[in-house]
Design a protein around this ligand. Structure first.
Ligand SMILES: Nc1nc2c(ncn2[C@@H]2O[C@H](COP(=O)(O)OP(=O)(O)OP(=O)(O)O)[C@@H](O)[C@H]2O)c(=O)[nH]1
Ligand SMILES: [Mg+2]
Length: 266
């Protein structure tokens, strides 16, 4: 009991002291000229606002990954593989974008807080491609899926699609990183990524020549590709363009996941 009493007295002492301090403080404030007081308040609120906006900006960092590429290259299979770790629902041509925000399937067993990824699978059908313009401004990264198996017959059209992406104002200005994903490497007849890169560079070089000849005022392509006068190479792009291999069907997608996590921090 005595201890409790002692504590009570001590507490009363402290509160008394606190009140006194507060009183002194208030008196002090009254002595300050109002102009100074307002200035102090202004500075304080400005710093608070500044810190708050910093936080907001930080949170705004995008977590969107866009899957693009020709029809049949394997985007939808890859989407399901990333989300569920299985490859169902990939055999029909997509008529509308697949979209989802999720933690990558390979990370579901990881402990701690993991940031979900917003993945958008934009169908390859040319009539649905305008959707790409809507989603690209959000993108933290673009995965351009290429069919490495049936590559040569599609090389031209894949290059045209890629050309449009690499010359878009949002992509160039925001330097959105692009991963060229050579898919379907589970088959032995699939072309290697080095072969595919060289072919694409050659084709893009040709496209650049023909497109700049067609019209100088082409509004669809906002920027020119590469360095004029030099043979085109992906290293000339303002944004980072890398190349990797995967098989959506067998779940061999580690390199895609690495790309995603490089640009959407966990
Ligand atoms: N061998 C092999 N086949 C694959 C792979 N990924 C997809 N496929 C097959 O390729 C075909 C097309 O796959 P989808 O994922 O539907 O292609 P998509 O890119 O979504 O096509 P669109 O929706 O038309 O733009 C399907 O028959 C898949 O089974 C892969 O990694 N290896
Ligand atoms: Mg699809």
């Amino acid at each position: 009991m005595e201890v409790v009493e002692q504590w009570k007295v001590q507490l009363e002492n402290w509160t008394g002291q606190l009140w006194e301090l507060l009183h002194h403080g208030l008196q002090h404030v009254h002595q300050i000229p109002p102009a100074q007081l307002y200035a102090a308040i202004a500075v304080l609120s400005f710093t608070t606002l500044f810190l708050l906006s910093l936080r907001l900006f930080k949170r705004k960092r995008s977590n969107t990954i866009v899957l693009a590429g020709l029809g049949g290259s394997g985007k939808t299979v890859l989407f399901h593989q990333l989300r569920d770790g299985s490859s169902h629902q990939g055999t029909v041509t997509s008529m509308e974008p697949n979209e989802g925000t999720f933690i990558l399937h390979s990370e579901t067993s990881k402990k701690g807080k993991i940031r979900p990824v917003h993945v958008i699978d934009v169908p390859g059908h040319s009539r649905l491609r305008p959707k790409l313009d809507e989603v690209l401004p959000l993108a933290a990264g673009i995965v351009f899926v290429i069919d490495a198996l049936d590559f040569l017959p599609n090389c031209r059209s894949a290059s045209e699609y890629l050309y449009d992406i690499l010359t878009k104002a949002t992509v160039v200005k925001k330097k959105i990183p692009v991963l060229l994903l050579c898919n379907k490497t589970d088959k032995v007849t699939a072309h290697t990524k080095d072969f595919i890169r060289k072919q694409l560079e050659k084709e893009l070089d040709k496209l650049r020549a023909s497109r700049s000849a067609v019209s100088a005022a082409d509004i669809a392509n906002d920027f020119t590709l590469g360095i004029s006068g030099e043979a085109f190479a992906f290293t000339q792009c303002h944004n980072r363009v890398t190349i990797a291999e995967a098989s959506g069907l067998t779940g061999d997608i580690a390199q895609v996941e690495e790309f995603i996590r490089e640009h959407v921090k966990p």
